[in-house]
Design a protein around this ligand. Structure first.
Ligand SMILES: C[S@@+](CC[C@H](N)C(=O)[O-])C[C@H]1O[C@@H](n2cnc3c(N)ncnc32)[C@H](O)[C@@H]1O
Length: 291
């Protein structure tokens, strides 16, 4: 079925592949025939002949979103506006679109060509991003934000800036899911199984910072503020617990493509965490007894 080696996979082959992959993810209410199979030749996330990996990433994104919804005790009918940021050329967007056909989906990225493709193929509203996230112009807020593999390229200051942008962009009670490179990525680097395109000395620096500070980052060669990050799960929590309106609903290691961790938050004041009526009544009784 797989076309690694340069062959071109037909649409029939791609549909068969999706069916096989979904036997792993078991997203039974996903209409696989609604998944757009068009892959842009400029898509830098696609390695020719490796549809297997490409579609696996997309399905694992959707599975992660559904787990976050379930943790938040929400169902898809409550999700009317979605931001996929960064969308790239729609590796994940095609699955989000197939699963949430009635939602309005916005695609955000720095690449204008990628945004054009997402608009043409998936009917996504384009949102041209900025290197400085605080300067992005928002015209609406979202019920769900998916961020596949962007924090993985940012230093800690930029990552915090991005999380602030997401907080701003979410509706109250909205869900954010993003990916991060954590303990498994550290293992891949340490064992020499993967170098994320870095030289040996940079890999060492990355792992040392990760050990010492919990957040490691090195720039790609010649790049500024864009490279590879490695973040301990405990450090992600530290970065986000300052914001009392983020309620952590999921931390799932290696959930994305059997590789990156997925972290999900609900935008809800921590003081709202108590949702049980009996506990509310108990707190009120305690308060009235104090009077
Ligand atoms: C690893 S790719 C992931 C794309 C997509 N989520 C996927 O999995 O196919 C990273 C993407 O981040 C985009 N990017 C880099 N800096 C950005 C920024 N400041 N704002 C929005 N997108 C950015 C790049 O253009 C690229 O498409």
């Amino acid at each position: 079925m797989n076309a690694i080696g340069g062959g071109i996979m037909t649409d029939v082959g791609k549909r068969g592949l999706l069916t096989e992959l979904n036997e792993i993810y078991r997203i039974h209410d996903l209409d696989l025939s609604a998944v757009n199979l068009e892959i842009c030749p400029e898509d830098t996330m696609f390695t020719k002949g490796d549809e297997d990996h490409y579609f696996n990433v997309g399905l694992s994104c959707l599975k992660s979103i559904l787990l976050a919804l379930s943790s938040a005790q929400k169902d898809k009918s409550g999700i009317k506006t979605i931001l996929d940021f960064p969308s790239g050329w729609g590796r994940e967007l095609r699955f989000i679109k197939a699963y949430f056909p009635d939602a309005e989906i916005t695609a955000g990225d720095l690449e204008e060509g990628a945004l054009r493709f997402c608009k043409d193929q998936f009917d996504a509203v384009p949102l041209l991003s900025r290197k400085d996230f605080s300067r992005i112009t928002l015209v609406k807020k979202f019920d769900l934000i998916w961020c596949g593999s962007l924090l993985t390229h940012l230093n800690e200051d930029k990552a915090l800036e991005l999380l602030n942008f997401f907080h701003e962009a979410l509706n109250e009670d909205g869900i954010l899911s993003f990916t991060s490179q954590g303990r498994f990525s550290n293992y891949l680097l340490d064992s020499g199984k993967c170098n994320y395109g870095l030289e040996g000395a940079e890999c060492q620096t990355l792992m040392q910072q990760y050990e010492l500070r919990g957040y490691g980052f090195v720039n790609y060669l010649g790049a500024e503020d864009y490279g590879i990050s490695l973040i301990k799960p405990s450090h992600i929590i530290k970065m986000t617990e300052r914001n009392k309106n983020w309620k952590l609903i999921m931390y799932s290691e290696k959930k994305y493509d059997n590789h990156q961790d997925v972290i999900s938050f609900l935008k809800e004041p921590v003081s709202n965490i108590c949702m049980r009526p009996w506990l509310d009544r108990w707190i009120k009784r305690q308060e009235s007894e104090k009077l």
